[in-house]
Every structure is written in structure tokens, then in C-alpha cells.
Design a protein around this ligand. Structure first.
Ligand SMILES: *[C@@H]1O[C@H](CO)[C@@H](O)[C@H](O)[C@H]1NC(C)=O
Ligand SMILES: *[C@@H]1O[C@H](CO)[C@@H](O)[C@H](O)[C@H]1NC(C)=O
Length: 521
């Protein structure tokens, strides 16, 4: 027993024979012991360079964070400053922005391959990928979270309902381009298997070499807590690496975190440093009146009236007592129009149940953002958890309604909303959100035709699918349709458009409901 303890303090895997300085006895005696008794475990390192010792070129780095929230910026910067290190595979939901977070490691060329769900507005990420300088494995956000969580649990692969019948499953996403723009490497097709009459996609877990993790509080034993929505991918990643390096807002004494409040037990954590980089806010969004939310300033004239009409109609789908997940844009504007007394709990896929309104000036918090990276608040009674758990409740069908925008919907209820041909934006969480339509009703809100006047409700989608046979209702600026197993059924139509005119704007055939009525706003 005694010998084992001594061995554990004098060497750690992957380090020199003496072990990292942070595990040498002299330091922690000074820092934490008032008595001569020497604590056996002290994971606190005295410098970032010490904390990242042992990180090797070619390693798979799991990097926590969603948008700018919960990003281990101090550790990322210390990797950036080690110009001798590179060729990394980085697993992270997104890759910061140019000059911020992981965006810097793209600039320095230290990343060879990204495994991510979202490229988004990061132009550097997009251009490096499209010119063949960077490999990209684009995967659904919930799949990414589960690949880390399952790996952490020692499970090498799992079946998920997300992405069945999509390019993710078919292996039709370019991983690497040639400099001339042709595809050099395609993604791997996934095996599928049916369970209880439903098809699932097999995904292999990710196993990290190193996890870079952001937490709020940590003690010398490595027990951690997260603050607000800081957890996101941090917890699942922290549990899933050979070396887990934590940076914390605050280092506290052992005992300060009550056992039942430990979010990440110390057994998963190898090294600890204090964060020195300030937290940043990507999209400061402050409280608005319902009117301001509905009449978003970025839309003018008829565009704005269409938007307002869809929001007003869609808001009627939110019923008292529902748990809902709302996409960015029109769906997220609908709660502003809820009648008083209607209680709807908003779920946010970055790990929030009970998301509140935008903050008043001065109340904004970098650790509290929505999936659109905007600052938000929490409702009384809210709860917070990691992205792996968030997507667990989504795929398991605990959410009553998910509302999202679309590029195209087919007469069978297929949804295409994540990718225009030739544009890389990312998948995000949508494939998971529509993966259990038997339990979670999928409502699409969109303009009836595209900017060129082309129908968006089609016999068959031409853009890559987000999900198959998943949509149950379509709300456009002129009509409301139900998607039924027998096809589309028109339920409502604005009075100034005739059924014949609607047919000319709708490629898919549709029946008219017995209780057909004027568009309700
Ligand atoms: C903190 O972590 C250590 C080591 O993993 C563990 O023995 C201890 O019980 C933990 N403390 C709390 C409060 O959970
Ligand atoms: C929401 O879903 C749960 C089950 O997942 C169900 O028990 C509940 O009745 C639903 N609530 C509403 C308002 O539809």
C-alpha cells in the first residue's frame, strides 16, 4: 500500500522519470500544507509550459468550449506558443474565430485535421479546408458529444438515430480537397442496423490523447465545478483523454467543493493551472421588447412582414407545459409572443434547460450563451449540464417540439436545412434534433419560396438531407401544411392567395384538410 502511493507521486505516465514539476512534493507543501504532512496528490502546475509538457505533435487534442463559452484559452495559447508542436487532430465543436481560441492554431498551421460540427462564420477555417490545407471531419454535434462520452465510458462504438439517410451516413462529405478543388479524401460510410423497427447509424468513439478543458473551480486533487453553461463539451472530453489538463477560473482548497457538487471528479484530471486569459463574448445581445424581437432590424419591408407573420403563427404551436428547442432566427423569436400565463421551458443544446431572455445591459455573462452564441439569461428553476447529456435528452425524445428553419422540405417530410451545395457552414445540432420525430414533433418555419421564387416544398429534396421523414408541420409566410404518411395536407392559407396560386408556388402535391381555414394570425 505504502509503496504504491510513493510510486504514484514520483512518476506519472508520459513524463520524465521525476514526473512533472507540479507533482514534485516541495511545491505543494509550500502551497497547501500548514503541517509537515505532505499531501500525496497535487495536480497544480506552476506554469502553462509545465502543464502542457508531454503534448506531442500528431496528438489528438480534445478541446472543450462552445462558441467563446467554456474555451480553455490559456492552454490553447500555450500550445500556440510551442511552434515546434503541430500536425494535431483537434476535436472541438467549432474552431474559434480568426485570432481567437483555436482560430489561432489554424493560423499557425498547427492543426492537420479538425473533427467538428460547425465551421460557421470562421472564414479562415473554411478557406483552409476548401484549399486542401486542412482536413475536416464534419459530424453532427450530438454525435460528437457522444463520441467523447462513449469513449470516456470505455465503449468503442454506439448506434445513434442521428444522420440516418444523410451524407454523414453515406460517407459523402469531403474530408480533404486537392489544391485544384477536387476531392482527395471522402468521409467513411457508416454501418447501419435496425433495432425495434428503426434504423440507426454506427459511430465509433473518439479517444483523446490530450484534453484541454475549462472549468470554474478546481482543487489540488482535480475535483472541478462548472459555472453556468461553461460545461458544454468540457466534461465529456475531460473524461476521455490520456492526459487531461484543466484550466480554472479559480483554484480552491480541498473541501471547499462539497462532494455532491463535484461536476468532474478529480480522478479524470491530471494537471491544473489557473486561467490567465479573459473570457470573451462573441455576440453581445441585450434585452429587447417583443416588438423589437419580432421586427428584427435586419429585415426590411415585405421581408420583415413575412417574417413577422411566420413568427406569429409559429408561436401558437407552443403550448403550456412544453419543453421546446428552437432554432436560431424565426423559431427563437416565437417565445416573445407567448400569451401571459403560458409556461414553456426552452432547451438549448449547449446544455441548458430553462433558457431565459436576453440580459439587461451589465447582466451579460460570457458563460451564458444560446446556440446562436448570443448572450442570454436563465429562467428561475433552470438547470445546466454537458452537451452529451443535452443531446441524450434530445435523441431520447424528451423534448416535445423542435422548431427549425429549412432550405427544402419534401412531400414525405424529408428536411434539408444544413448545406447548400458548395458552401461549408456545418451541421450543428439539427440532425440530432430531428432524429426522434415519433416523440419530438418537428415544425419547420420558412418562407414559402426561395429568393429567386423557386419552390422550397418539393417532391424530393435536392439539397443534402438533415433528416428523413421527420417533419410534421410546415409553417410558411402564406400557408400551413401537415406532413402525414399519406402526403401533405393544406390546413391554412392567407386570404389573398388562392389555392391555384399556392399550387404554382409548391412543387409537391397536397390535399386540402376537411377543416381547412384561413391562416391564423
Ligand atoms: C476529489 O478527488 C479525489 C481524487 O480523485 C477524491 O479522492 C476525493 O474524494 C474528491 N473529493 C471530493 C470532494 O469529491
Ligand atoms: C411533453 O412530453 C412528455 C413526454 O416526453 C409528455 O408526458 C408531456 O405530456 C408532453 N407535454 C406537452 C405539453 O405536450
Amino acid at each position: 500500500m505504502r509503496r504504491r502511493k510513493a510510486a504514484a507521486t514520483s512518476s506519472t505516465p508520459t513524463m520524465s522519470r521525476r514526473g512533472p514539476a507540479c507533482l514534485r512534493p516541495s511545491m505543494f507543501v509550500r502551497m497547501f500544507s500548514a503541517t509537515t504532512h505532505r499531501p500525496a496528490i497535487n495536480k497544480i502546475c506552476s506554469s502553462t509550459s509545465e502543464a502542457i509538457a508531454g503534448v506531442k505533435s500528431g496528438d489528438t487534442l480534445l478541446v472543450g468550449g462552445f462558441g467563446f463559452s467554456g474555451v480553455p484559452s490559456t492552454l490553447i495559447n500555450s500550445i500556440r506558443d510551442r511552434k515546434d508542436l503541430g500536425e494535431f487532430t483537434v476535436v472541438s465543436n467549432n474552431a474559434g474565430m480568426p485570432g481567437v481560441g483555436l482560430g489561432q492554431l489554424l493560423q499557425t498551421g498547427q492543426i492537420r485535421r479538425m473533427i467538428a460540427s460547425y465551421v460557421g462564420e470562421n472564414k479562415l477555417f473554411e478557406s483552409q479546408y476548401l484549399t486542401g490545407k486542412l482536413q475536416l471531419e464534419l459530424i453532427p454535434q450530438g454525435t460528437m458529444a457522444e463520441k467523447c462520452a462513449a469513449g470516456a465510458a470505455g465503449v468503442p462504438a454506439f448506434y445513434t438515430p442521428a444522420a440516418v439517410g444523410t451524407v454523414v451516413q453515406a460517407g459523402e462529405l469531403p474530408v480533404q480537397y486537392n489544391p485544384d478543388g477536387t476531392v482527395a479524401v471522402m468521409s467513411k460510410p457508416r454501418e447501419t442496423r435496425d433495432f425495434n423497427g428503426k434504423t440507426y447509424v454506427m459511430e465509433e468513439s473518439i479517444f483523446g490523447d490530450v484534453a484541454l478543458v475549462k472549468v470554474n473551480k478546481v482543487d489540488r486533487l482535480g475535483n472541478c465545478t462548472f459555472r453556468k453553461a461553461q460545461n458544454n463539451f468540457n466534461e465529456a472530453m475531460a473524461k476521455n483523454a490520456k492526459i487531461t489538463i484543466v484550466e480554472a477560473d479559480e483554484i480552491v482548497q480541498v473541501g471547499e467543493i462539497a462532494p455532491e457538487n463535484v461536476h468532474l471528479p478529480g480522478i479524470y484530471v491530471d494537471r491544473v493551472i489557473l486561467s490567465t486569459e479573459p473570457k470573451q463574448i462573441e455576440k453581445l445581445t441585450l434585452a429587447k421588447s417583443a416588438e423589437e424581437i419580432v421586427n428584427s432590424g435586419t429585415y426590411a419591408g415585405s421581408q420583415s412582414r413575412k417574417r413577422e407573420r411566420i413568427i406569429k403563427r409559429a408561436a401558437q404551436e407552443l403550448k403550456d407545459g412544453m419543453y421546446v428547442n428552437l432554432g436560431i432566427g424565426i423559431p427563437l423569436a416565437t417565445p416573445a409572443l407567448l400569451p401571459p400565463g403560458v409556461e414553456v421551458i426552452l432547451q438549448s443544446e449547449n446544455g441548458i434547460l430553462g433558457m431565459g431572455r436576453y440580459p439587461e445591459k451589465g447582466q451579460e455573462d460570457p458563460d451564458l450563451i444560446n446556440p446562436g452564441k448570443e448572450t442570454i439569461t436563465l429562467q428561475e428553476g433552470a438547470s445546466i449540464f454537458g452537451s452529451h447529456e443535452s443531446f441524450g435528452m434530445i435523441r431520447a425524445g424528451k423534448i416535445n417540439v423542435t422548431m427549425l428553419g429549412a432550405l427544402q422540405v419534401s412531400m414525405d417530410g424529408d428536411l434539408a436545412n444544413f448545406m447548400l451545395p458548395g458552401k461549408v457552414k456545418g451541421i450543428g445540432g439539427a440532425m440530432d434534433l430531428v432524429a426522434n420525430p415519433e416523440k419530438t414533433k418537428v415544425i419547420v418555419t420558412m418562407e414559402h419560396v426561395d429568393r429567386k421564387g423557386n419552390p422550397k416544398i418539393l417532391k424530393k429534396c435536392t439539397f443534402p438531407l438533415t433528416g428523413q421523414r421527420c417533419v410534421s408541420k410546415i409553417i410558411t409566410d402564406i400557408a400551413v401544411f401537415d406532413c402525414t404518411p399519406a402526403g401533405l395536407v393544406l390546413r391554412e392559407l392567407v386570404p389573398d392567395v388562392s389555392v391555384e396560386q399556392l399550387e404554382s408556388m409548391t412543387e409537391a402535391p397536397f390535399a386540402i384538410a376537411d377543416d381547412f381555414r384561413p391562416y391564423q394570425v
